[in-house]
Write a protein that binds this ligand. Structure first.
Ligand SMILES: *Cc1c(COP(=O)(O)O)cnc(C)c1O
Length: 398
């Protein structure tokens, strides 16, 4: 394969790292996303310079406000950090002593945080841990598949600091109380609604629909450096920002990432969303045609479950193909180049191909690999079922 397909292929070769092709989405475990060139340039430009960090964050606040419609904003290490800092801010307000005491609770603090049970997901770490790290006590509302307004109403008391609302394909996609309804319940009771929108395109909709704070990952659809963006009501954003003098210190963001996110947000305003969509659609069409010509596989283009303007190809793997969904995903990941598909639902007999992180030419490489693997002898683990195992993690760094 030509080196021009792979930015940094030199780096990876030099360090003995595999040149993976990512068709799984904006995935932390693969380096999150392809960074926008403006973000890379801004990071390099600021790297050797001194800067007054509160002023840089003030500038970031202005850019974040412009794009989100929030009154203020700041940049932190990642979305998970933004959740912990926002929860902490809802607990402490601007009480500096309380900020230093967290995660221990001073007796005056509200510390309960409501979470719908269908939102208690794991995005690489459990979302409720982001609450507990701040010293918050998680109060789960309802059941996994049914939450009613009365579950939330009855969970609110004088110790309630906030409600955390998670927007993600990971959450249960039905039976939860909507953001609008949650806001209707919380607002008159003075309970801030904090929205985890880590992997969402829509930078305005959640604040418009009643969130007091919304948090995004800078490194997912925005194509910025690894970072988190907190936006919303000024008093809450300020209280969250002040956590940099407390628990936020362990979540420190550097000048280069703040500059990188600001550049990524500015690039977002100018991004050719239609052109990107057209390239993604071309990749999906190619893959669908390729897959549907292969015996035992069936492909359908499906919209994103949380309504991001993005489609993915669902590849249903029938046993007639000589593979399980897991077995085929493993064979693609073991190939040259390794291709990583979106297989977190593989026990249901399908995986997805996600077109949003491709370099030019990679869609064709993926199509060729599918045909090649399907025409090759079946590997030993072709019929593998998904196994939840920690064995590989426990071998690291070996
Ligand atoms: C990715 C993700 C996170 C974590 O975001 P980081 O910025 O990587 O910390 C949190 N919540 C949801 C819903 C996510 O998808």
């Amino acid at each position: 394969m030509s080196a021009s397909l792979h930015h940094n292929s030199d780096y990876r070769a030099r360090h003995g790292l595999r040149s993976v092709i990512n068709v799984s989405g904006t995935m932390t475990s693969l380096g999150a996303s392809i960074m926008h060139e403006d973000a890379i340039a801004a990071m390099a430009e600021i790297a050797p310079q001194w800067v007054e960090m509160d002023d840089l964050q003030r500038r970031a606040s202005a850019v974040i406000s412009r794009l989100t419609g929030g009154e203020a904003g700041f940049v932190t290490a990642c979305c998970a950090a933004g959740i912990s800092m926002s929860i902490a801010g809802a607990m402490t307000g601007t009480d500096f002593l309380a900020i230093e005491k967290l995660p221990d609770r001073t007796c005056s603090l509200k510390n309960e945080v409501i979470l719908q049970l269908g939102h208690a997901v794991n995005y690489g770490a459990p979302v409720d841990q982001s609450i507990r790290l701040a010293g918050g006590k998680v109060v789960l509302a309802g059941t996994a598949t049914q939450v009613m307004p009365y579950h939330i109403e009855s969970a609110i008391n004088e110790n309630t600091a906030a409600l955390l609302f998670v927007v993600s394909h990971h959450t249960v996609q039905f039976g939860q109380v909507s953001l609008e309804q949650v806001a209707e319940i919380c607002r008159p009771r003075g309970v801030p609604v904090i929205v985890d929108a880590a992997s969402e395109y829509d930078l305005r909709g959640f604040l418009d629909r009643g969130a007091d704070i919304v948090i995004y990952s800078g490194h997912k659809f925005l194509s910025g450096p690894t970072s988190g963006i907190v936006a919303g009501r000024k008093d809450l954003v300020r209280a969250a920002y002040l956590q940099n003098k407390g628990i936020g210190r362990g979540m420190k963001v550097g000048k280069e990432s703040i500059a990188g996110v600001m550049a990524a947000l500015e690039a977002w305003e100018k991004r050719d969303h239609d052109g990107i969509r057209a390239r993604e659609t071309a990749a999906l069409d190619l893959w669908q045609k390729t897959v549907n010509a292969l015996p035992g596989l069936h492909a359908t283009i499906l919209p994103d479950p949380t309504h991001n303007p993005l489609d993915r190809l669902e590849v249903v793997v029938s046993p007639d193909s000589g593979f399980t969904a897991t077995g085929l995903a493993k064979a693609l990941a073991a190939g040259e180049p390794p291709i990583v598909v979106r297989d977190h639902e593989a026990e249901l007999g399908f995986f997805f191909l996600d077109p949003c992180n491709l370099h030019p030419g990679e869609a064709e490489v993926v199509a060729d690999a599918l045909t090649r693997v399907m025409n090759a002898p079946r590997p030993d683990d072709a019929m593998a079922l998904p196994r939840h195992t920690t064995a590989k993690a426990l071998r690291w760094p070996d």
